[in-house]
Design a protein around this ligand. Structure first.
Ligand code: NAG
Ligand code: NAG
Length: 228
């Protein structure tokens, strides 16, 4: 709700610029050397999907870097996959991230060109049910397969277990073992993803279980990966 309010305010500040067909973008985007850099500071709440939709009307050839930072209480909704028709780089710093494993099936047919995804100093909150179910979906989306760098520095996770999650998990036959580790009772049916350009994965200063949360990477191929 606040995300929409925030955008409305930006949209009312129209002026002529390279973004003249997209009034409002010039409030937070600037063009330099054929690169459009958009810096958004989230005060309340922002849904990444709203910004992605706005930026999808930019002409297709310009490189777009989207830099989202959050204040102390800034909340960002960022559902998988984050791929985008024309965002080349997505940087997120200092945000409380929601809905990370809320699968957004509307992106499945969208051509992708994201080359860098960098999340830093953020907390990723995800429902247990979303986290387990996203990877067992037949229609799982490999996401940003055009990435050359995935950076997740100083990220921590909060798994949220809601009453509705417990009911859903029981109906799916998910078991909880003695170590409080939640396990699906079958192997994820994730199809193999091929991150053919991925050269660098950096998960420094993040918790050990990290790779579990970027699990699509587990059944995948990385022919160019040199730094992990
Ligand atoms: C990202 O945006 C924030 C605030 O909007 C700004 O302070 C910061 O300098 C930007 N980062 C870069 C690398 O431009
Ligand atoms: C790591 O991220 C947290 C927010 O999740 C932040 O409070 C802390 O300052 C960060 N640590 C470093 C070393 O930047």
């Amino acid at each position: 709700m606040f995300g929409h309010l925030y955008l409305m305010i930006l949209l009312h500040a129209a002026s002529a610029s390279v973004f003249s067909n997209l009034p409002g973008l010039d409030r937070f985007c600037s063009l330099s050397d054929n690169v459009i850099q958009c810096n958004i500071h989230v005060v309340n709440f922002l849904d990444f999907r709203d910004i992605r939709k706005l930026l999808s009307d930019l002409s297709g050839t310009t490189v777009v870097i989207l830099n989202i930072t959050c204040g102390d209480v800034g909340q960002l909704r960022l559902p998988w996959p984050m791929k985008s028709r024309n965002i080349n780089e997505l940087w997120v710093d200092g945000c409380h991230v929601h809905g990370f494993h809320e699968f957004d099936s509307s992106m499945s047919d969208v051509p992708d060109r994201m080359v860098k995804l960098k999340l830093q100093n953020s907390v990723i909150e995800s429902s247990v049910f979303d986290t387990l179910s996203i990877f067992s979906k037949e229609s799982f989306d490999c996401g940003q397969q055009t990435l050359s760098a995935l950076v997740m520095q100083n990220i921590s996770y909060e798994l949220i277990l809601e009453p509705k999650d417990i009911t859903s998990l029981e109906s799916k036959g998910v078991i909880m073992d003695a170590g409080d580790v939640l396990l699906p009772n079958k192997e994820p049916s994730t199809k193999m993803c091929n991150y053919k350009d991925l050269e660098k994965i950096d998960i420094s200063n993040s918790i050990d279980g990290m790779t579990y949360f970027i699990l699509p990477l587990q059944n995948s191929e990385f022919p160019k990966l040199t730094l992990f």
